[in-house]
Design a binder for this molecule. Structure first.
Ligand code: HEC
Ligand code: HEC
Length: 400
């Protein structure tokens, strides 16, 4: 009798563990299927058409909510130790239009580095209005629909979708494995997010089931990044008849949009309120161009040597230091460069109209006016909007 019951207990235990294992291997869902997510409506009347949204990742209210959490969650690094947390928001900070800022608590002079201390190869780019960029992301535009390059085998990133270099989704796996960012592993990140306990219902609402995988993590974060739209600067309100500009700001606008200052060819105008053309150009900073990450490294066209993407001047007050290598600490220094520091080389873009004179040669008052105008492009609503802020500021995993 004793022997029997022992065997019986063993049998039950064995059965139980088999059942638990089966449950782990073949997860099923008791709850009813969630309703489909609600399509997200972007309504910006005065920007151009041609939104860059991949067909397989439409924006939804629930997808953006999930993406916002993941964007700020330090467990994206695949680690839970307080010193090893890193999220997109560690570098991309809202108060700096999602750049890291000059006085970041860890990164000095606006130059971020990875968890291992390796510096990022370029200065940062802000995150706003990326929906309207169809020319390619990053300073050199490498992340573009046309890029067939897959995976990163040296970091065990498979050469197959979703591990391509094509759109904002790609920044997620790249940030996880890059030695100058999280220096992690995709499987560990997926585990850390799966085990976080908070996400299952959010994945359900956004994607229809609890499944946590890198494809969904990337899609949700990309949806949130696409939702970062800036359209409420003082200048936007001026254009809408809801603000007035000072005489100095108006004179700056005049200089900006005529060949005297010569900025509008590349950086836009009231008719191009993104304040960039998203083109790639060489703006006459140097004589020699041997840097590895320029536009030439993407196209192989020698005319693209020393060319980088024209950054938007919207929110420029928040995004020092300036240029792809962060060589100018202030807007004043940058304007001095355009005023009298242009360097001649065969690669300078022909739209640098003032190249022949080495610069625009504006008076000090005109330079001050130009700067005053540039400061009207600051969108305080954007950098303080609660919709884009850290959703769990009291949670230690949600680092700032
Ligand atoms: C260690 C700091 C760091 C972290 C962490 C980081 N980034 Fe970045 N990010 C950068 C830098 C630096 C650039 C500019 C890179 C370049 O062009 O060479 C950049 C560029 C980008 C761009 C391109 C913007 C444009 O206009 O082309 C996107 C999009 C982006 N990051 C998204 C993300 C997302 C999403 C995450 C989190 C998964 C993330 N980043 C994590 C530093 C960081
Ligand atoms: C021929 C095109 C062209 C013209 C004209 C031009 N720029 Fe630029 N500008 C660029 C490019 C390209 C960059 C980025 C270059 C780099 O990072 O190496 C840039 C960068 C900048 C930056 C730094 C932005 C940042 O986020 O780092 C500022 C500020 C700026 N330009 C202001 C101006 C002003 C003001 C004028 C007129 C006086 C002007 N630009 C004229 C192409 C141009």
């Amino acid at each position: 009798m004793k022997g029997l019951s022992l065997r019986w207990i063993r049998g039950v235990v064995a059965g139980m563990s088999a059942a638990t294992m089966a449950a782990a291997v073949c997860a099923y869902d008791h709850a009813p299927a969630p309703p489909p997510p609600e399509p997200y409506r972007i309504n910006i009347p005065f920007f151009p058409d041609g939104l860059n949204i991949p067909a397989d990742n439409p924006m939804t209210v629930e997808g953006i909510a999930l993406g916002r959490h993941l964007f700020y969650d330090g467990r994206l690094s695949g680690r839970t130790h307080p010193d090893s947390l890193m999220s997109c928001a560690t570098c991309h900070r809202q108060e700096h239009a999602f750049e890291c800022g000059f006085h970041h608590p860890v990164y000095k002079n606006g130059r971020p580095h990875g968890l291992t201390g390796q510096p990022a190869p370029h200065a940062m780019l802000p995150l706003f209005n990326l929906l309207w960029n169809n020319e390619g992301y990053m300073w050199n535009g490498r992340i573009h629909e046309s890029n067939q390059q897959l995976g990163a085998p040296q970091y065990n990133v498979p050469a197959e979708p979703p591990y391509h270099h094509r759109n904002i989704e790609s920044f997620v796996w790249m940030a996880i494995v890059a030695p100058h960012e999280m220096d992690g592993r995709i499987d560990r990140t997926v585990c850390a997010i799966r085990n976080a306990g908070l996400y299952q219902p959010m994945f359900r609402k956004a994607f229809g089931s609890d499944t946590v995988n890198i494809d969904r993590i990337s899609k949700a974060i990309a949806q949130f990044v696409r939702s970062l739209v800036s359209f409420d600067s003082k200048f936007d309100r001026f254009m809408a008849g809801r603000a007035t500009l000072t005489a100095s700001e108006l004179n700056g606008l005049q200089l900006f949009t005529t060949e005297t200052g010569d900025c509008f060819h590349c950086h836009g105008s009231p008719a191009v309120p993104l304040w960039t053309t998203n083109a790639f150009m060489n703006n006459a900073k140097d004589i020699d161009f041997n840097e590895a990450g320029d536009r030439y490294s993407v196209t192989g066209n020698p005319r693209d040597k020393g060319a980088y993407r024209v950054p938007s001047l919207r929110n420029i007050a928040y995004t020092a230091p300036y240029m792809h290598d962060g060589r100018f600490a202030t807007l004043k220094e940058t304007l001095q460069f355009y005023n009298s520091g242009l360097q001649r080389s065969p690669y300078v873009h022909p739209l640098m109209i003032n190249m022949n004179h080495g610069g625009a040669h504006l008076s000090n008052q005109e330079l001050a006016d130009l700067e005053a105008f540039l400061l009207t492009l600051s969108d305080t609503t954007f950098v303080t909007s609660p919709s884009f802020a850290n959703p769990r500021p009291d949670d230690a995993f949600f680092t700032r």
